[in-house]
Write a protein that binds this ligand. Sequence first.
Ligand SMILES: *[C@@H]1O[C@H](CO)[C@@H](O)[C@H](O)[C@H]1NC(C)=O
Ligand SMILES: *[C@@H]1O[C@H](CO)[C@@H](O)[C@H](O)[C@H]1NC(C)=O
Ligand SMILES: *[C@@H]1O[C@H](CO)[C@@H](O)[C@H](O)[C@H]1NC(C)=O
Ligand SMILES: *[C@@H]1O[C@H](CO)[C@@H](O)[C@H](O)[C@H]1NC(C)=O
Length: 532
Amino acid sequence: MKIRRFKALLFFSVGLCVVSFLHYYKALNQIPMLKELSNSPANLKHLAALSRFLWKEKFTGGHDISKNAAPGVQSQAFLVWRPSGVKSQRPVEDTGMFPQIPPEPSRPMGDLHLRTFQLKEDTTSYFARTKSGRMCFRKGTKTSTKKDNLGESQPKESYASRRALLAVQSGNRSLGPAWNSSVLAKRSVRCRCLQGWHGYHCGIPTVVQHSNLPTKSRLAPREVPRRVINAINVNHELDLLHARFHELADVVDLFLICESNFTAYGARRRLIFFEQLMNGTFDYVRHKILYVFLDHFPEGGKQNGWIADDYLRTFLSKNGLSRVHGARPDDVFIINDADEIPVWEGILFLKLFDGWTEPFGLHLRKSIYGFFWRQLGTLDVLSGCTVGMLFAVYKGNGILLRRREYYSMPDFRSYESNTGHILIPWSIGSPVHEAGWHCSWCFKPEGIYYKLISAQNGDFPRWGDFEEKRKLSYIRELIRTGGWFDGSVSEYPPTDPREHMYAPKYFLDNYDQYEYLLRNLYTEKKDWMVTH
Ligand SMILES: *[C@@H]1O[C@H](CO)[C@@H](O)[C@H](O)[C@H]1NC(C)=O
Ligand SMILES: *[C@@H]1O[C@H](CO)[C@@H](O)[C@H](O)[C@H]1NC(C)=O
Ligand SMILES: *[C@@H]1O[C@H](CO)[C@@H](O)[C@H](O)[C@H]1NC(C)=O
Ligand SMILES: *[C@@H]1O[C@H](CO)[C@@H](O)[C@H](O)[C@H]1NC(C)=O
C-alpha cells in the first residue's frame, strides 16, 4: 500500500515538473520559438499550442477571453487601402492588391461547391516492355537508338551476369538450376537508368533511393497505378498554386482546393481563387480541380487562431473527400499548405509502386520571401498516407495526419493488423535530397501585407497587429535583408539559381514573370525608398 501511494506521489510530481517546464520553456524561448513556428512544423506548433493553453489558463484563470476579440471585424473588411501611417485600430482593411469589388462573390457560385468528382483510372503507359520482357520505367530509362530496344544493356555491361553466363556455357551447375541459359538471357538485360533514377525498373527516383524508407528492397511496380489526391487550402498564394499545378498536374489525379470567404483571422475575404477559376486562369488544369468552399468561421476561431487553422484543414479533407467517388483504399491522399510544393518524381513513385510504408512525409527545401533566401535544413512535414489509412486511422481528417500522433491514434494498430501494412513513417527525400519546396512568405510586399492582416489570431506576437510592421517600406526592407519581424536576421547558406532544386521548374521557365521570387529585387536598387 505504502509503495503504491509513493508511486502515485511520484507520478504527480513528475507531472508537475512537466507543466512547469512548459511554462519555463515558453517564457525562455518566446522569440526563437515563434520564429520556428512561422515555418510551422506541426509538432512544434502543437507543443506551443499546449504551452499557450497552459499560459492562458494561468492568466485568465480559465475564463472566457472572447471579450478581447476584435468587435466588428467582419463589418470593417474591404475598406479601401490607405497608405501606411493611417491609424487603424485593427488591421482589417483590404490591401488594394486586388481591385475593389463588392463583398459578395461577383459571380454566382451555382453548384460548383457541391459538385462531385469521379476518379478515373490512370491509363498512362508509364512502363515499356523491352524485347526480353523487362518492364522499364519510361521516364527513368535511357532510350537506345535501336528501335524497340528501350535502354536494354547487353550482358557485357554487367560483370555478374557475364560471369554467370560463362559458367552456364562451361556447364558449371553449381550456380543452381535457376541459372539455365534461357533465364539468364532475360536477366542479363536490364533497364539502363537515366541520372536520378534507380532500381531494377529505373522507377525509383533519387528522393526515394536516398530516403529513410525501410522497405526499399521490397518495392514492386503496380499493375494499376494508384490515384493521387492532393488537398490544399488557398488564401492568396496564387503564384505558388500555378507552380504546384505545373509541377504535379501530370501525376496528381485530383486537386482539392479549399477557399473560404473568411480569413484565418475571421475577417471577410474575397474569393480570389474562385474568381480566377471562373475567368479561365486555371483552365489548363480545371478538369483536375474540385472546388471546396468554406462559408463559415469556426466557433472559437477568433479567440484561438489555432482552432481556425485546424478547422480549415478538417473541412478541406472531410468536405472534399465526401464529394469524391470511386476512391480505393490504396489511392494516395496528400495534404499540403499552399506554400509546400512537392517535386513530381516523389509523388509519381507513390503512384506506381507497392511496398512503401505509411504515413509519409516530405523533406522540403526551406526559403523565405523568395527562393533566394534559403534557410538551413529541410522542413520534414508529415503529409500523406493511403486513403484507407486516412479513413481507418485519421477518420478522414487531414489535420490529424499532419500531427505526428499516429501511434496514439486508437485504430492505428488494428489498421496495421487488418491490412498487413507496415506502418512506419518515413519521408521522401533527405536533408540533402530535397523532395520539394517550402517557400514561406513568398509574395510581393503587398502580398506579405495581406498575409499579415489575415493571419490567424494565434501565432503570437501577431505581427499584423503592429502598425509599423505593416508598412510596405518595412516589408521591403525585410525582403532585402532576409530579416524577420522581431528584428533578427538569420544566417542563410549561399544559393545559386543553377542549383538542381533552386526553385520549381515553372518559375524558372517563366523567369521574367516570377523574377520577384527568384532574385532579390531590393538588394541593388534602392530607389523604392525614395518613392515611399
Ligand atoms: C563453378 O562455380 C563456382 C561458384 O562460382 C566456382 O567456385 C567453381 O570453381 C566453378 N567450377 C568450375 C568447374 O568452373
Ligand atoms: C530454365 O528454367 C526455367 C524455370 O526455372 C524453365 O521453365 C525452363 O524450361 C528452363 N530452360 C531450360 C533450357 O532448361
Ligand atoms: C482573371 O482575373 C485575374 C484577376 O482578377 C486577372 O489578372 C486575369 O487576367 C483574368 N484572366 C482572364 C482570362 O480574364
Ligand atoms: C460567406 O458565404 C456564405 C454563403 O454564401 C454567406 O452566408 C456568408 O454571409 C458569407 N460570409 C461573409 C463574411 O462574406
